[in-house]
Design a protein around this ligand. Structure first.
Ligand code: CP
Length: 314
């Protein structure tokens, strides 16, 4: 198979296992490209991409922009704070105005779950979800699973734990879908107030004791508490949270094995992860960020090849 089954990347739940493997193979090629002295290829020379971010971002925004520039696309950036959305314009009207300037692809981050799916029904461009509320963050899951494969080889049969605020996390949901498609066993751990009950329907193991969960897993993906999505308190205090769910060196040393530590960022040092662990040799946090560029190049390249008028420059 040499093309994706989809025109948009709206979530991992909409793509196939074959799509995942095609993205990984293509990312391998681009990882080699971005490690060359000349990191740029002409593949998207005639493609215009708009990055529209209605929520803050450091990694995803920069990573997409770099990926687009490495592929020689024309790039425009738009952030909600400085846009006419503040004057009451709808999302579809805003995006259609951008598209009338001959934009081919939209990379969008939005606080509302389903915003990218909604947009894909109303505009004639390829949409890439860069995180929509608590729904999905597909390129984060792609770069996470790609990084794990690079670190450990095949993830099939491995026990992967996701720790923290599962309830408000789009990263958790996209990772669960991607890891299960690749044959991994997925567990989640956190205060039960931050683990949505329907998660058991996804065939996920639920832990409320971090030490037991760490004993089970080969990999622990630590998530931050998403206070910006909380309208009330879900645990007594940060101190309590750190005591029960914070990953520190002592917890790792009590294990009779060496596990791999991941974090999508941004990290809150001293809360979900101690500085010692965040800077230690068991984590692949910066590898995840580095691989994000190659993975996003792969997604952009593969989706651009599905734009009707566009002939891929190879
Ligand atoms: N991991 C992630 O999405 O980070 P940003 O919010 O900085 O993009």
């Amino acid at each position: 198979m040499s093309e994706l089954s989809v025109k948009h990347l709206l979530g991992i739940k909409y793509i196939t296992t074959e799509d995942l493997h095609l993205i990984f193979e293509t990312a391998d090629h681009f990882k080699e490209v971005i490690n060359r002295p000349i990191k740029k290829v002409p593949s998207l020379r005639d493609v215009t991409i708009a990055n529209i971010f209605f929520e803050n971002s450091t990694r995803t925004k920069l990573s997409f922009e770099l990926a687009e520039k490495r592929l020689s696309a024309d790039v425009v950036n738009f952030s909600a704070g400085s846009s006419s959305v503040k004057k009451g314009e709808t999302l579809v009207d805003t995006v259609n105005n951008i598209l009338s300037m001959k934009v081919d692809m939209i990379v969008m981050r939005h606080p509302d779950p389903g915003a990218c799916v909604h947009l894909s029904h109303h505009v004639d461009a390829s949409i890439i979800n860069a995180g929509d509320g608590t729904h999905e963050h597909p390129t984060q899951a792609l770069l996470d699973t790609y990084s794990l494969r690079k670190e450990l080889g095949n993830v099939k049969g491995m026990n992967i734990l996701i720790v923290g605020d599962i309830k408000h996390s789009r990263v958790a949901l996209s990772n669960i879908f991607a890891l299960q498609q690749l044959g991994a066993n997925v567990g989640v751990c956190g205060p039960l107030t931050l683990i949505p009950k329907p998660i058991v329907e996804l065939d996920v193991k639920v832990f409320s004791d971090l030490d037991k969960a760490l004993a089970w897993c080969d990999v622990a993906n630590m998530l931050r508490i998403q206070r910006e999505r909380m309208d009330k308190s879900y645990f007594p205090s940060t101190r309590e949270y750190v005591k029960h769910f914070g990953l520190d060196q002592q917890r790792l040393e009590r294990l009779d094995k060496k596990i791999t530590i991941m974090h999508p960022g941004p990290i809150n040092r001293g809360v979900e992860i101690s500085s010692e662990v965040a800077d230690g040799d068991q984590n692949i946090i910066l590898d995840q960020v580095e691989n994000g560029v190659a993975v996003r190049m792969a997604v952009l390249y593969l989706l651009a090849s599905k734009i009707e008028h566009y002939e891929n420059n190879g």
